[in-house]
Ligand binder design. Sequence first.
Ligand code: 13P
Ligand code: ZN
Length: 275
Amino acid sequence: MDILKTDFIRDFIKTTDDGYKQGWHERNGGNLSYRMKESDVEAVREHFTGDRPWMDIGTRVPDLAGEYFVITGTGKYFRNVVLHPEANIGIIEINAAGDKYKVRWGLKDGGRPTSELPTHLMNHEVKKKAANGAHRVIYHCHPANIIALTFVLPLSDKVFTRELWEMMPECPVVFPEGIGVVEWMVPGSREIAVVSSDLMKKYNAVIWAHHGLFCSGEDFDTAFGLAHTIEKAAEILVKVLSIRPDKLQTITSENLRELSKAFRLDLPEEFLYDK
Ligand code: 13P
Ligand code: ZN
């Protein structure tokens, strides 16, 4: 089967293109990964190469041993994925110890997976354990409004969750569990991967201060839709704060409780504090 005609690769490429068109992927900014199903692997195995060496991941993900991922390449531009998929994305296999990967397809001419491979894989490992492994997509982008807010709001899960929830009722419906925040850390490091994946046990979205956003989803639409919703709320908040820093009215904690009941959201009490 032609790899580029499979649904999972088409969806992968569409997501990179959608993100680029949103303006969230300047230059090589952002990265995307998809944990393949066994049926995906079997459909394209005939195209796999054994020529590429095993390389260090930079962390250990034993629960992902033997898994295959589609992933964007380091230094590669989202803009170019749709034009030259084989040069800008690839399929990697994880070894039995969970500490090395091998490129099996794509990433032509010696390309390597994203420098955020440790965070992608550690997030996948967390999400594979949760909800019977329903989540398969991890998406990292650089949306301007969410990044801007990390300069003016306290870097706490409580503040970001509540402020974004207040911007539109869609927010508590789309991310009722809230949103995590990581203070500034060195990108690409194992340290940021450890902190981020710990937050992914509780949330499906994690903000990296002064850098960007990581989202997890069952499929490309839910991961991308989550980032889209969060960034839309952040844009409204930036506008509100720019017009006047003290809101004249808002969606109150009481309103959120009503919403929680009506939509059976079970919103955690920690985010329903009085202001
Ligand atoms: P890569 O080009 O290595 O994917 O890095 C882009 C990025 O956004 C790092 O956080
Ligand atoms: Zn980044």
